[in-house]
Ligand binder design. Sequence first.
Ligand code: AP5
Length: 197
Amino acid sequence: MGDGADGPDGARVILLGPPGAGKGTQAEVLCRRLGVCAISTGEMLREAVAAGSELGVRVREIMASGELVDDATMAEVVRDRLARQDARNGFLLDGYPRTLPQAETLAGILRDAGLSLDAVLLVEVPEDELVRRTLSRGRADDKEGVVRERLRVYREKTAPLIGYYRERGLLHEIDGNRPVEEVTAQVLDLFRAGGIH
Ligand code: AP5
């Protein structure tokens, strides 16, 4: 943890939750407060699409439809990103893992590095509010049909991670249906209270 930050040294945290829950918004604030880097796989893929790279060309249509990019491609993206210097002092992962195989891949990457996860923060928001937030944002994949598909994919492929991480004693539930600052405060309280080691 850097000087003045509020978390322990090298916190390794996952932000889990449906599209529009506020994972990216919280990651941006929390990374500064905890002194770790924020890693958003959605943002990395959008940058690849904007740059027209080989990866971007491969994932553009998949993202536009609201489906998930395949686990093997995401493993490559995340393995490379976590190997970078700035991830060594901890990270906030926003948007990864999103399937059980991705969770196993992450566990393997960390195990190989002699590291472990500190916490998984599940940001919960009612579905009508998720739809309202995403539609008012207006990103390329924020059209109503696509948002509904992203929510369906979340329930089918990503929601099983809730039980997976609960069983491992890592899950913390965060009420995301409140002003941004209050959500951040709940997370920081968890760190301060020692609920996250
Ligand atoms: P990704 O970018 O990860 O999208 P997502 O999970 O659907 O999440 P969002 O970015 O929509 O929402 P968020 O929870 O970050 O909320 P945000 O802070 O932006 O992924 C996009 C696509 O990439 C996927 O569909 C998939 O195709 C692909 N992909 C990415 N990772 C992948 C992976 N691991 N495997 C396979 N495919 C992958 O906030 C939303 C809005 O609400 C904003 O306007 C914000 O200002 C507002 N807001 C935030 N907090 C609050 C609050 N407390 N109150 C009111 N408004 C708020």
